[in-house]
Ligand binder design. Structure first.
Ligand code: DON
Length: 334
């Protein structure tokens, strides 16, 4: 009975909105049916390959597939391997950027990192004309954002700060950390070190930045682990302008989220971002673990996770889901 009461308490806002006919997605049962059908239609797709440049990622079972969604008022559904943890990889770039913005504001943050698509792959050895990374959604830009997050803290406290933020974004559930992926990535990170040195040579970092520590912090942020259900709540928090739909906790300001969604929409899908914006039109961010976070502002957040990637590094099934979603629903902004 106590569990029943706490369940009612947890969902009281949702129940109230349902009774007043004010749910973000009134026919949620219809949506659930469609998501399950799309899952079954996409499941047989077996093209693409798991990322193998980080040895631990190459060992993940490529068949896994999950779709989870969370509306801005906390209705949720999920199908497939939705409780299998995966590491966020580049999806972490969204949160690192938001944290940098919250701490330093737009002008200071963008004094260190640009906001234009790079038109190149995520780890390309290139900076913009000012000697800054093109945007926060590629490796160089995310390394730069990491350098801006609480640099005065000891490494452990710095990581705690990020992990706590993920936890709040995910509705209070504790996120994990994949130490093997972290160690494996650190061991094979010549490219990211090269990006770091190139930015240091261009005096792009804030004064006093410790490059080694910053890179290790960046690898740690990529190795944060959660499951599809949790990542859909994170996406739902962004869809709701920074307030977690499950807890009502304001994690980021509306302005921060607005900037993050703009850059997800223009730069979030590697050098497929232009095509994705043209055909799907939604802010999204992918990672080499096969994770994808999609935001439908003011409506819902979605996570698709499936490890096989196309040649540009995006989850094949993730892209397929987005294609189906916009074909069936009018979510592409006009
Ligand atoms: O730095 C790397 O290569 C990985 N930790 C992240 C790669 C990733 O997901 C690509 N992102 N844009």
């Amino acid at each position: 009975f106590r569990e029943f009461i706490s369940l009612i308490k947890e969902h009281s806002g949702l129940i109230q909105r349902a009774m007043q006919g004010q749910l973000a997605v009134p026919d949620f049962a219809g949506l659930v049916g469609d998501v399950h059908r799309m899952y079954r239609e996409i499941l047989p797709v077996r093209s693409g390959a798991v990322a193998d440049y980080i040895p631990q990622l190459a060992r993940v079972n490529p068949e896994q597939f999950a779709i989870s969604l969370c509306t801005v008022d906390g209705q949720r559904t999920s199908v497939g391997d939705d409780d299998v943890p995966f590491c966020v990889q580049s999806v972490s770039k969204t949160v690192s950027y938001c944290l940098a913005l919250e701490e330093h504001g737009v002008d200071l943050t963008h004094g260190h990192v640009g906001r234009e698509p790079s038109g190149q792959s995520f780890n390309e050895l290139t900076l913009n004309r000012q000697g800054r990374p093109h945007n926060p959604m590629i490796n160089a830009g995310a390394i730069m954002c990491c350098s801006l997050i609480r640099p005065e803290l000891a490494p452990a406290d710095r990581f705690d700060h990020v992990a706590r933020t993920w936890q709040r974004l995910a509705g209070g559930r504790r996120t994990g950390f994949n130490n093997a992926v972290y160690l494996s990535e650190r061991q094979t990170a010549d490219r990211n070190f090269a990006l770091g040195y190139s930015m240091r040579e261009n005096r792009a970092f804030p004064n006093g930045t410790n490059l080694q520590e910053t890179l290790e912090f960046y690898f740690q942020c990529c190795s944060v682990e959660l499951d599809a259900r949790m990542l859909s709540v994170v996406a739902g928090t962004l869809a709701a302008g920074g307030v977690c739909p499950l807890t009502g906790d304001r994690v980021f300001s509306e302005e921060t989220v607005q900037h993050c969604l703009s850059l997800m929409a223009t730069c979030g899908m590697y050098d497929f971002s232009g095509e994705f914006a043209f055909t799907v039109g939604l802010p999204a961010k992918s990672g080499v673990s096969g994770a994808m976070m999609i935001v439908i502002p003011q409506l819902m957040g979605i996570c698709v996770w499936s490890p096989r990637l196309d040649e540009l590094g995006n989850s094949v099934r993730g892209i397929e889901f987005c294609r189906k979603l916009v074909a069936e629903y009018q979510v592409h902004p006009h």
